[in-house]
Design a protein. Sequence first.
Length: 328
Amino acid sequence: MLIAVGGNSLIRAGEKGTVVEQLANARRTAKAIIGLVAHGYRLVVTHGNGPQVGAQLLRSERAADQVPGQTLDVCGAASQGEIGYMLSQSLQDEIAIAGLHVSVVSVVTQSIVSANDPAMKHPTKPIGPFYSRTQADERKRVLGWDIVEDAARGYRRVVPSPEPVEIVELEVIRSLMSQGVLVVGCGGGGIPVVRQDGALHGIEAVIDKDRASALLAAQLGADIFAISTDTDYVYLDYKKPTQRPLLSVTATELAEHYQAGHFPPGNMGPKVESALQFLHAGGREVVITSYEHLCDAIAGRAGTHVIPDREVVTTKLRVQLEAPVGGR
């Protein structure tokens, strides 16, 4: 199983994001995850890093007159180490309490994107703090940033959000899993890199964590892709009088709801897209719920469950039967 931990699992609404707060939240998240380890699941845990990267960028900018600034890919790497430390430590502590014998490691992970991805020419992902019009114009002129106005709250920098096409550390993660190690990786969707002339180069971009998690889960051959978010279920007509939860749906049904506009791009939309991506690649099930209900959801007692529909299952079986002997 791959579990994608949402940003709310580390910094909850109304919190400042102090280390003390994040460690306390990481511990609660770890307790839910270890419940699955006790039931025999081999796990990879991925996580978001939006607030932490924003804080890294702000520190870098505020201290630019004293130390060299950091690029977005380096800030992403730093946040992976920061969050990986807190999650790994929390997981290790909960493993000890449960009397289990499982090793934990955090892997700083790179995600390859295409330099020709259309998103590279159309930055849309807001990052960092808000600026006044004067501050924004100055940064656009001096630093060449793309700036957009954000809902009358000010101006923010936007960067590309390209699709991940390859996880650089895939085989390392696969090897660790085969040895029974619980892996924390692919934080924040992975550090965005491109391959040019046989070498990897970091770029100023942000990769959606759920899309990268879906890719990693599919390439690892995970059976279940679990997405931990801030709601217990995926809802239709969310926050409207007609709101209703989805309990169990097929990929086709979920895609129809998506096309009908039920899942906003900045909220549940990417999670639904990632769920469909994982099932299309051959995954068996996607579970979407809050971390508090994770164990119950995996046991089928809570959360939204998305499964391949009959046509998808039949097609997959036919492909397997027609594959050459020894083929995958």
